[in-house]
Design a protein around this ligand. Structure first.
Ligand code: NCD
Length: 331
């Protein structure tokens, strides 16, 4: 067996050794120090984005970033577009509705077309789990997964981790309750892996119909009642009912779901008095979260999550193109 050296901090490694990945496809591929490295990189961009009227950096000047979105998105697409433009890349958006996919083109043909355009980085969102990894295998440049089916949404987990770290100072001993439609959620799967790897105690809170069997393997403890899941929680992360992914009825009605699993001020009082409220968006107000909780300026970190999204995506675009830019130690 080769000796595996586990660095206690990312500062013990540099260049490609520190982040030995060509693509960002899943949190499952990342070691805890690789996650921390991306968070540290993103922290610098968060400062640049907040403190300056002029946010242009230019390190990706001359490079082409294609955002290939085969599934609808507002904030993620916009966030990747802004991130790429702030770094100076030529950013092109491809929407599924306007693409040849509608004309019956296979995913592999689409991948080969994207590759032939000589993109330097491709950001992909797709409704099928595994589709992004399939494309990544076929192209010559870095691929970032912006959400594949129920599977993974790694940059969402990174921006959530950055938001938590900024607000709570760290992860060790922190209780994070991820609540709602865990079954259909790539955000939940990515967050369970990343937050448990970073040292938090993660609870998955959902009705039995919306609890996938693998939560234990992803590092979380299942809880079937909100009172149990929220008790002593430092962070409460709410998820939307992803009706577009449901085949049949998983809940009796949105009203009953709100009564049993909605985050109201009364229910939030079960968590710690300083508990942070998070939501990846889009929110369904009055279903999984009530408006007075979502808009509470002291407790809600929802707009900060959006802000951190741009910083995290700038970090990922920068790190994954270092080899192609010929940076020393990254080829
Ligand atoms: C999430 C997604 O697309 O998985 N949204 C997002 O990226 N901001 C969650 C969702 O759609 O509910």
């Amino acid at each position: 067996m080769p000796e595996v050296i586990i660095p206690s901090t990312s500062s013990e490694l540099t260049g490609r050794a520190l982040f030995p990945h060509r693509h960002l496809l899943s949190i499952a591929d990342l070691k805890p120090w690789e996650i921390r490295f991306l968070l540290d990189e993103a922290e610098q961009w968060a400062k640049v984005n907040r403190g300056n009227a002029r946010k242009h950096d230019g390190r990706l000047a001359g490079m082409t970033q294609i955002n290939a979105f085969f599934e609808n998105s507002t904030r993620t697409l916009l966030s990747f577009e802004i991130a790429g433009k702030r770094l100076g890349a030529d950013v092109v958006n491809m929407h599924a509705g306007q693409s040849s996919v509608k004309k019956g083109e296979t995913l592999i043909d689409t991948a080969m077309t994207l590759n032939a355009m000589a993109a330097d980085v491709i950001v992909i969102r797709h409704a099928s789990s595994g589709a992004v990894a399939l494309i990544a295998d076929m192209v010559d440049c870095a691929v970032l997964n912006a959400g594949d089916g129920w599977h993974q949404h790694p940059t969402q987990a990174l921006l959530d981790a950055l938001t938590i770290r900024r607000r709570k100072g760290g992860f060790e001993g922190l209780i994070v309750a991820i609540c709602g439609d865990i079954l259909h959620s790539r955000v939940a799967r990515s967050n369970m892996l990343s937050l448990s790897a970073l040292g938090a105690q993660v609870r998955a809170v959902a009705p039995p119909t919306l609890m996938p069997p693998e939560v234990g393997m992803l590092g979380a403890t299942p809880c079937y009642r909100m009172d149990e899941g929220l008790d002593g929680a430092d962070v409460v992360m709410m998820l939307r009912l992803q009706n577009e992914r449901m085949d049949g009825a998983f809940i009796p009605s949105p009203r009953e779901y709100h009564m049993l699993y909605g985050l109201t001020p009364e229910r939030l009082a079960i968590a710690r008095p300083d508990a942070l409220v998070m939501h990846p968006g889009p929110m369904n107000r009055g279903v999984e979260i009530s408006s007075n909780v979502a808009d509470d300026p002291d407790r809600s970190a929802i707009t900060e999550q959006v802000e951190m999204g741009v910083a995290v995506r700038m970090a990922c675009l920068d790190v994954l193109t270092r080899g192609a830019r010929g940076m020393e130690g990254w080829s």
